[in-house]
Design a protein around this ligand. Structure first.
Ligand SMILES: [Zn+2]
Length: 269
């Protein structure tokens, strides 16, 4: 069943042992979802499952999953499940990073607003995804190190650009002051000496300011380079999730076909 639109993300937990491996966990969730009718096409209801150190796409991202216990939400949402029971467990560093990457990826891919990332318990009377998974935690994982770095770099570039602008204005002002010195009343010879001295002093000041401008502009260039690198890394992470999802979905499909064949052989179908 294909989704017509995607406006929400729902976060779940699996209530299976946090440290279990990929295949064992998928088998367990698939059989539980088959038993209670959530796996209408044989696949687990969640689109992605994040284990303690592994991630797997368990449902074609374009399809509807019966995960939220609410049809209005199911038909417009993608679901990610964290392996563990987060009434007691806490996310591993891997789960935290991976959840952040997947959420950011979906927010971008489907143009989903932060406020539309929901915890399962916000839709239905359930403990899922556990007391330790809060909207505050979601806030934290959604803002990545790369994103924070990009924001910080952009702020520094704005600050540096303003500094360079200010320095240019100061240089202009200094040049103007020399001219203003001309209006003072003193005899001609003194005026010439004073002016010459002022010109010399100003020239040196201008030179110093211009050196600062050159240094700032060099730093600015380096900052822009770092910003490009950070944006590149963020982009690559996004591509990686997309590719992994495609690979895992293919693998999952193969396993599903084998599973169905096995069920048919053993007379369960
Ligand atoms: Zn749930």
């Amino acid at each position: 069943m294909t989704r017509k639109k995607t406006t929400n993300i729902v976060v779940h937990h699996t209530v299976t042992p946090q440290d279990h491996d990929k295949l064992g966990t998928i088998a367990r969730i698939r059989s539980a979802h088959k038993k209670n009718g959530l796996a209408y096409d044989g696949n687990p209801a969640y689109h992605f499952i994040i284990g303690h150190n592994w991630t797997v796409a368990t449902r074609d991202i374009k399809t509807i999953g019966y995960h939220a216990g609410n049809w209005e939400i199911n038909k417009v949402s993608v679901a990610v499940a964290l392996v563990g029971n987060f009434n007691n467990d806490h996310l591993t560093q891997y789960q935290e990073d991976e959840l952040g990457r997947i959420l950011r990826h979906w927010m971008k891919e489907f143009n989903i607003a932060r406020k539309n990332i929901l915890l399962h318990k916000e839709i239905k009377a359930t403990a899922c995804p556990g007391a330790n998974i809060t909207q505050g935690l979601i806030d934290m994982v959604v803002s990545s190190k790369e994103n924070d770095m990009i924001t910080a770099l952009k702020a520094r570039i704005v600050e540096f650009t303003a500094q360079v602008k200010r320095l240019h204005i100061e240089v202009k002002k200094l040049t103007g002051e020399v001219v203003a010195g001309k209006g003072r009343e003193m005899d001609k010879d003194t005026q010439i000496i004073v002016l010459a001295n002022q010109v010399e002093a100003t020239r040196e000041e201008v030179k110093r300011k211009e050196e600062v401008i050159v240094a700032k502009e060099k730093e600015l260039l380096e900052l822009r380079g770092s910003l490009d690198d950070a944006e590149q890394t963020a982009e690559e992470n996004d591509d990686r999730i997309r590719e992994e999802a495609a690979d895992e979905a293919t693998e999952e499909l193969k396993q599903n076909i084998l599973g169905n064949f096995w069920d048919w052989l053993t007379g369960k179908r």
